[in-house]
Design a protein around this ligand. Structure first.
Ligand code: ADP
Ligand code: MG
Length: 722
């Protein structure tokens, strides 16, 4: 092979393996880097602790009078863990985490230093927000934003090569009060859902109703590639995915990677990751190989949506940092390699509280099942009314490569319920419960609803939104995405639906209808008006795609360019505004930012395609042509005539390559678009088509020219050498 690649393989062969750490007992690791409630209890005066605990449980703002005491205890703990800095961590409207570090150090008037951390800086910070996207919310004269501690998410210590830092999870808000981050709307959406859920529960006759919270357990897929290879792939370095490359002879067709033995190097990496996650109080639970070679999954146990979202961000950071330490690169991109499965993030989501439990759990009695059916029905209604919004919530340039391909859910949002639930809803729609799959004949009222069996065996892997026994699983989320947006969307559409359920029940009850009948009638309306979104068949089939659009009226928004403009629809603006999740200005800013990110991502990739072609692939191809033609001529002069077919074939590929690359270069100069929507479509259609065209010729050349000259690490090397 080519020198650079030979060197890379040598480096990998000669590297000293990272020694596995002696496993520490979980009890000593667990949350050791988190300023937990129990640590607060130990270090705070009793009255202060009580007040903080109450604040955390209610999700309210911390009382300034006690903030100083909490800050002092937190600082002492952080110093004892070796932290010299603290940071307000926030989640800007990219999928990244941002933090501003400040030292605890404070210089006294006599020149000596002390460490200082007041309640004021614990509770509120002022990062220079001007470099974060704000989608036009802030004009330059009010460019500052502020961060405020989200007391419901605990502070923790993050240790990197640069030392240890006390991290404080915060919201990020403009001085005019607009949310500039992903956490604020998540907290608001949870509050809206709580309010609506409580209304329904109280109409169902509950008197003791604890706050209803959403929960999230996210399954994270990722790839690991040796850093020696990545450093020689500008596309992986800058875009996170390969823009060129022919699939290896051995892909995933043998399916022997899935649940296969985890390679030793990867196992050492995973153990390191898990240990850090445990220290951070993140309940990492399952780990296994994924379908594609070099692909893996980690799934922490579910937690409250807000904390799970912070933990998800942390988990991605830990994965990336730890990979670096192990000489690997962790790719969170949705489609790093063509021809093998991409990566997603399945977001498992449920809602519940301390008094009624998981409201999406069917439970053991017909009575709890009625309640379950109402909440489940509310989700169905939400996905039907706002399916395009769900699609928009997972719309990124990178996720375009996954949705709609035959491995991930299709871009059409539908709900999978499983046969038993399907059957129950069908009976409700028919006006009477006449029987169930496992409870024999029935022709009575709601009190005889069957006890549900968990439908775990019947999981439809092609559905983007599936009921999986006691939760819904949103499978269209991108592996590199924050889970905040999808959770905001699910909480918000559920809040809207539960509000409608409460209104409907209220008016029926006021008209003198019995509760049981009112519930059945409400469920019937839901299934009659929104049942079109329920689908249990093969989501990949062409038949479904046609039927979904033509008969069921569902939208097939194939690319993010198609999906993002949904955010501008009046009915979406009304939804977020009415529920107090996002104001029209905040929503508009999100469209601006996500559209801009889409355009930027595709433009960066297109530029890489042009430069890798010009400086890597073209030179290799012409060098080979020149060598080949010299050899053929010299052989001929010695009386040996070889067929020159490959010379002709390769030259034709080279000219097609340069032609298409020149066309791509030219369209990249186009900058005048009437609307941002037009620009989005231009990226999705024109630019991408030309990128694909260049790739066809480049990939063909990879299989034609001498391996010795090929400048970039190959799929085979990247996926199979570890
Ligand atoms: P699978 O791969 O079969 O979908 P996993 O066990 O890998 O399942 O992941 C399931 C995820 O769902 C885990 O994060 C788990 O904690 C989470 N989960 C389980 N129950 C709930 C629930 N009630 N609400 C939210 N998430 C849940
Ligand atoms: Mg799953």
């Amino acid at each position: 092979g080519n020198l650079v690649r030979v060197q890379a393989v040598q480096n990998i062969t000669n590297r000293k393996p990272m020694p596995p750490k002696a496993p520490e007992p979980l009890s000593s690791l667990w949350s050791s880097d988190v300023f937990t409630l129990s640590k607060m209890k130990e270090s705070l005066p009793k009255e202060v602790f009580k007040s903080v605990k109450k604040t955390i449980e209610a999700g309210a703002e911390l009382d300034v009078s006690i903030a100083d005491v909490v800050a002092l205890a937190m600082k002492d703990w952080a110093l004892s863990k070796g932290a010299l800095y603290y940071a307000h961590v926030f989640y800007p409207l990219t999928n990244a985490t941002a933090e501003k570090h400040d030292g605890f150090i404070s210089v006294q008037s006599d020149g000596s230093t002390i460490s200082e951390f007041s309640g004021k800086v614990l509770v509120q910070g002022e990062p220079d927000g001007s470099s974060f996207p704000n989608g036009g919310i802030r004009s330059t004269f009010e460019a500052r934003g502020y961060t405020a501690w989200d007391v419901t998410s605990p502070a923790y210590i993050m240790t990197t090569d640069n030392g240890a830092t006390l991290c404080i999870p915060t919201v990020f808000i403009s001085w005019t009060g607009e949310a500039l981050d992903k956490k604020t709307p998540l907290l608001r959406s949870n509050a809206a859902m709580n309010k609506a859920a409580k209304r329904v529960l109280s109409l169902l006759g509950h008197t003791d109703i604890a706050p209803v919270n959403s929960s999230c357990g996210a399954e994270q897929e990722y790839f690991l590639v040796d850093a020696n290879f990545v450093n020689n792939r500008p596309d992986l370095l800058l875009a996170g995915r390969t823009l060129f490359g022919t699939p290896a002879a051995k892909g995933q067709q043998f399916d022997d990677h899935y649940f296969g033995a985890i390679p030793e190097r990867v196992q050492v990496f995973m153990q390191d990751v898990e240990e850090q996650l445990y220290r951070l109080g993140i309940p990492a639970k399952t780990r296994h190989n994924e379908v594609a070679p070099g692909q893996f999954e980690i799934a922490p146990f579910f937690e409250s949506a807000n904390v799970a979202t912070d933990h998800q961000q942390l988990l991605m950071t830990v994965l990336k940092n730890t990979a670096k330490k192990h000489g690997l690169v962790c790719l969170l991109h949705e489609k790093p390699f063509k021809g093998i499965n991409g990566s997603g993030k399945h977001v498992n989501w449920s809602v519940g509280n301390a008094t009624q439990g998981n409201l999406l759990d069917p439970g053991h009695t017909p009575h709890s099942n009625t309640q379950f059916l109402l909440f489940c029905g509310a989700v169905i209604r939400g996905v039907h009314k706002y399916g395009p919004l769900l699609r928009a919530a997972v719309a990124t340039a990178s996720n375009d490569h996954r949705l709609g391909a035959n491995e991930a859910p299709p871009a059409i949002m539908s709900v999978y319920l499983g046969t038993q639930l399907d059957n129950v809803f069908e009976q409700i729609s028919n006006g009477k419960i006449t029987g169930s799959l496992n409870a024999g004949q029935m022709n009575l009222g709601i009190t005889t609803l069957p006890v549900f069996s968990k439908d775990a065996g019947d999981r439809n892997r092609t559905s983007p939104f599936a009921f999986t026994g006691n939760r819904f699983e949103f499978r269209a989320v991108g592996s590199g995405q924050s889970v905040a947006g999808p959770l905001v969307t699910m909480n918000t559409i559920l809040a809207d639906s539960l509000g409608w359920v409460a209104d409907t029940l209220e008016s029926k009850l006021a008209a003198g209808t019995e509760l049981d009948t009112a519930i059945l009638e409400t469920l019937k309306i839901i299934i009659d008006e929104h049942g079109a979104v329920v689908f249990g068949g093969n989501g990949y089939s062409a038949e479904w795609h046609k039927k979904a659009v033509e008969e069921r009226g569902l939208l097939n928004l194939k690319t993010a360019a198609d999906a993002l403009p949904i955010l501008k629809e009046p009915y979406i603006e009304a939804l977020f505004d009415k529920l107090g999740v996002l104001s029209p200005v905040e929503l508009a800013s999100r469209f601006e930012i996500y559209a801009e990110q889409y355009i930027l991502a595709i433009e960066v990739e297109a530029k890489l395609v042009v430069s890798m072609t010009k400086t890597g692939i073209y030179p290799a191809a012409v060098k080979y042509l020149s060598d080949l033609s010299t050899t053929l001529t010299s052989l001929k002069s010695n009386g040996v005539e070889l067929d020159n077919a490959s010379l002709v074939q390769i030259s034709s590929l080279v000219s097609s390559l340069t032609d298409s690359s020149a066309k791509l270069s030219a369209v990249l100069k186009q900058h005048d678009f009437a609307t941002i929507e037009e620009h989005l479509q231009f990226c999705a259609q024109t630019i991408r088509r030309l990128m694909d065209e260049v790739r066809v010729y480049a990939d063909a050349l990879e299989s034609e020219i001498s391996d010795e000259l090929w400048p970039f690490p190959t799929y085979q090397e990247m996926l199979f050498i570890k």
